[in-house]
Write a protein that binds this ligand. Structure first.
Ligand SMILES: Cc1ncc(COP(=O)(O)O)c(C=O)c1O
Length: 283
């Protein structure tokens, strides 16, 4: 077991000594962006795509990422070498997280002039079930939000929706957008197959441009098109995608058990992603 360390604004510090200001806007108002990627064989998987999304997110919210991709990559490798910030068994799967906030602020939503805060650490990934039950929740994603498409640190909405799903015996919540179309989960994109035909919502639905979603779109035949949330329970098969779950088959939508789990299209996507990870760690 390794002691772990956290990288803060250029310094790698032991977890017990890691400090950011309580006045940081990332803490006070959730004004920040972040990325999570898995660590495979000591290397962050698909880091190039994750860094590109970090910059897109920062642009959407008007934040500056004060480091180059090379500097962020070097920080990531230092953190991975130092070990997870929470005790984990040797060889446990890890997630690397990079957070950039607007830094110390004056209080309220206004930004200060102290400059951004950048934090990098890795943590063990909690084991996931092989299949997921999902719960549709009554709250919506706003596809016209000021921060649509950005992976921001303001995840309270997701925390509330996920807690509701867990309360109902599910592992993930699925949200519609304001039009009633399927959007995404609290931490995952959603794919649905009807009559062997795979579909996923477009980015205009308000969903995050998931890196795993993007890879699956490149690997298998998928139609990107809006579909009503209500159709999810009518699917022959469906699956979630995310960095930490990869392709996770959906077994149940609310009280409806799907016909196949994993169905053939899910198995195809899972196999294609696994093959990619096995031969290319930065696709
Ligand atoms: C809201 C949301 N949608 C989708 C995803 C999936 O994205 P990725 O495949 O890049 O992990 C995430 C990832 O955590 C997320 O938070």
């Amino acid at each position: 077991m390794s002691a772990g360390a956290i990288w803060i604004d250029g310094d790698l510090v032991p977890v017990a000594d890691a400090r950011i200001s309580p006045l940081d806007n990332g803490f006070t108002v959730g004004d920040g962006v972040f990325e999570s990627c898995t660590v495979v064989d000591g290397r962050p998987f698909a880091l190039r795509r994750h860094l590109a999304r970090l910059r897109r997110s920062a642009e959407v919210v008007g934040l500056e990422v004060p480091l180059s991709d090379e500097q962020l990559r070097a920080a990531a490798l230092e953190v991975v070498a130092a070990g997870p910030a929470r005790p984990a068994p040797e060889g446990a799967p890890l997630r690397l997280r990079i957070t950039v906030t607007s830094g110390v602020g004056p209080g309220g939503s206004a930004r200060g002039d102290a400059g951004p805060t950048v934090v990098v650490f890795c943590l063990p990934i909690a084991p996931r079930d092989e299949h997921a039950a999902v719960a549709t929740v009554p709250w919506t994603r706003n596809e016209r939000s000021a921060v649509v498409g950005a992976k921001t640190t303001s995840y309270a909405e997701n925390a509330v929706a996920l807690a509701e799903a867990v309360r109902r015996g599910a592992q993930e919540a699925v949200l519609a957008n304001t039009q009633g179309d399927l959007c995404e989960g609290t931490g995952a994109n959603v794919f649905v197959a009807v009559d062997g035909h795979l579909r996923t919502p477009p980015l205009s639905s308000g969903c995050l441009a998931g890196v795993t979603r993007e890879l699956v779109l490149e690997l298998v035949d998928v139609e990107v098109a809006p579909l009503p949330l209500l159709l999810l329970a009518d699917a022959d098969e469906a699956f979630l995608t995310s960095t930490t779950r990869g392709v996770q088959p959906i077994a149940r939508v609310d009280d409806v058990v799907l016909a196949a789990c994993p169905g053939p299209r899910t198995a195809e996507a899972a196999a294609a992603l696994a093959a990619l990870v096995a031969h290319d760690l930065d696709p």
